[in-house]
Design a protein around this ligand. Structure first.
Ligand SMILES: *[C@@H]1O[C@H](CO)[C@@H](O)[C@H](O)[C@H]1NC(C)=O
Ligand SMILES: *[C@@H]1O[C@H](CO)[C@@H](O)[C@H](O)[C@H]1NC(C)=O
Length: 202
């Protein structure tokens, strides 16, 4: 009796693990690609990065080539983002809930880092041509510490829709109650309101 229920428990655990494996990756598709009828090569082409080097933006700018911008990626488990850093700019701490990120520095230098689930920080200074891996779901950032020159990076993802959770705006530009945040950050409500003000339109 005991051995039977143990077997049942074990098989349930194995099945649960298999389901977890399936639901944490992009779903597999059972066709070559997903596209409307009669598409040609241009449906598989994304030209949104052509102007990256011609128009340096005044603030940190992300240009995504994910499922939304490039619909043929649906079901293919890949995507890109281009990150443009004016001199001295930052990509604030954030996570991608559905994918790791492999960042390649195309121009300039970047200081990067991520924090693992034991609060250990891993940092590096990247130069042109260097790559860095941000593991799936972990909080990370990039900084162009050079106040003279811009930097450009390309990030590859193992999901057509990696998603982004920006830590500052998730916490201080949502409607989480001030008291909850004051308790969470071991501070007072006035300090929380000051932090929230930074996200209000000027
Ligand atoms: C630019 O960086 C240099 C070296 O880090 C520093 O000495 C200088 O004060 C900085 N200039 C500005 C405008 O921040
Ligand atoms: C804060 O949220 C509002 C509305 O959700 C949005 O329009 C605005 O761009 C956000 N501000 C920042 C700085 O992220």
């Amino acid at each position: 009796m005991t051995s039977i229920s143990l077997k049942v428990l074990l098989s349930l655990a194995v099945a649960g693990f298999a389901i977890l494996q399936i639901t944490t990756a992009d779903p597999d598709i059972l066709v070559d690609y997903i596209a409307p009828p009669k598409v040609a090569g241009d449906y598989f082409t994304f030209a949104g990065f052509r102007t990256l080097r011609q128009r340096p933006p005044p603030t940190f700018t992300v240009t995504k080539a994910s499922m939304k911008e490039f619909p043929v990626l649906l079901g293919q488990s890949v995507s890109y983002a281009a990150l443009q850093f004016p001199a001295g700019s930052i990509n604030p701490p954030h996570t991608h809930p559905r994918s790791a990120e492999l960042l390649l520095v195309a121009e300039g230098t970047l200081q990067v880092g991520f924090v693992d689930t034991s609060d250990k920080l891993f940092t590096s200074t990247l130069h042109q041509g260097d790559m860095f891996l941000f593991p799936e779901g972990l909080v990370h950032f990039q900084l162009n510490a050079n106040n003279q020159t811009a930097a450009l990076a390309l990030s590859a993802f193992g999901s057509a829709n990696p998603g982004t959770v920006s830590i500052p705006s998730t916490l201080f530009n949502s409607t989480i109650d001030d008291n909850v945040l004051a308790l969470a950050f071991r501070t007072d409500v006035d300090t929380i309101r000051t932090l929230k003000k930074g996200f209000c339109p000027k």
